[in-house]
Design a protein around this ligand. Sequence first.
Ligand SMILES: [Mn+2]
Length: 280
Amino acid sequence: MNELYVENPLEFWCNNYGVSSADVVFLGVPFDGTSTGRAGSREAPNAIRSASYNLETNSAYTEANLADLKMTDYGNLITVPGDTEMTLKRLEDTVFDIKNKFPVIVGGEHIVTLPVIRSLIREHPTLKVLQFDAHLDLRNEYIGNRYSHVTVMRRIFEILGKKRIIQVGARSFSDDEKDFAKKNTVLKTPENLLKYAIKGPVYITIDMDVFDPSVAPGVSTPAPAGFVPERFFDLIHGLKNKLEVVGFDVVETCPPHDDANMTSLLAAEIIKEMILAFRK
Ligand SMILES: [Mn+2]
């Protein structure tokens, strides 16, 4: 056996320790059942795994190496196409199983964040959520649906309560969402976020549409005038020693609309840098 010459591009590039002994667990959630823009984010977990093979595990920001961590790729949640409720319940139960690890949840569309919060709040009752997103996702319902990528942060607000969602990067929202956010969440620019102290456990959700479509075209709901990657990475590493992060997700990558795999590649790099910056 010569293991130097084999690899498995169906797993995210990391040491695969097995779930019981791993500290960091990658879980794919190939679900896009409520997508109203471009469908296809169900293909993202595997596209991001494949993209990770184009990257180095070293980080220029931290001088740390992902390969030195006890990390494992847990595979994909078995979703139920057409049944959002059953899919979300399965995800809540699966995340609860790995709650003492550092969960890295890879969507799929943004509704997948809801069951992750339902699960983590049981372990961390004072949990806050830091959201990077072009949208506020605060509608109470959308085309008659209360459980969708458009309403996900409203449902999370109902769990967490006032001023426990911190929203960064929003530039596409309705009047009602903006009014609701002013009263009930915390809106921050990247610059202000660095000065804002988030105390206690925090979960970070990254919607890839927070980036500009010129650097991340493959998203379900693109919005012009977003982040460039350098700005995001500077921000993340500026927050490195300030936050008690208990896990994160990267959602809304949409491979069928992703020119040259740019968005999957960026998502893979984000996953690496986020883990190296924030793992417990
Ligand atoms: Mn979103």
